[in-house]
Write a protein that binds this ligand. Structure first.
Ligand code: HEM
Length: 153
């Protein structure tokens, strides 16, 4: 069975040449999680798992995650895969929405190669989460078809 083709992900060097830095990642993460928390599809999951008092810590950890993954400038020592296994109701509709919102945020706030890099990484991480969630489900090992892109809003 053929899988939908994914656009290639630009190398980090191309994003750095466009100005990718910690401040840009900070702006993307802050804007994305503002939108995500208020969103009708994924907001309820965040509100159920991250109390108001812990929201700033959550956003800072995700910023560390991206800075660590793309710039190597911060030590992120979390286990994001495990965290997402414990979230009931995390299904394809939620992933599609998360990715659409993230794509919108990156495209709005970043130069083109940087946006493509962030979007490509987010989609690959989301697919890895989905496979892992499926493997831990009652259905046993399955490889879900990659998600198609959903427009936002
Ligand atoms: C519908 C999709 C998603 C939802 C609803 C969601 C929700 C959440 C929630 C509720 C947490 C906090 C968990 C906890 O502290 O117990 C979390 C943590 C996190 N998420 Fe997601 N997530 C989604 C997809 C993603 C994707 C695609 C990425 C990466 C590209 C991501 C990256 C992270 C990271 C880095 C953390 C921090 C883990 C830590 O504390 O070390 N999430 N997410």
């Amino acid at each position: 069975m053929s899988r939908p083709a994914r656009p290639p992900v630009p190398p980090v060097a191309e994003a750095l040449a466009e100005g990718l830095d910690e401040a840009m990642i900070g702006r993307v993460v802050a804007r994305f999680y503002d939108l995500a928390r208020a969103d009708p599809v994924i907001g309820p999951l965040f509100r159920a798992h991250v109390p108001d008092a812990k929201w700033a810590t959550h956003v800072a950890r995700v910023e560390d995650f991206w800075c660590s993954a793309l710039l190597g400038t911060r030590a992120y020592d979390g286990r994001p895969m495990q965290r997402h296994l414990g979230i009931a109701g995390l299904e394809d509709a939620q992933f599609r929405r998360w990715l659409a919102l993230f794509r919108h945020t990156a495209t709005t706030l970043c130069p083109p190669k940087t946006a493509e890099l962030l979007i490509g990484r987010s989609e690959r991480i989301a697919e890895a989460f989905r496979v892992n969630i499926a493997m831990h489900s009652r259905d046993g090992i399955t490889f879900p078809r990659p998600l198609t892109r959903e427009p936002w809003p």
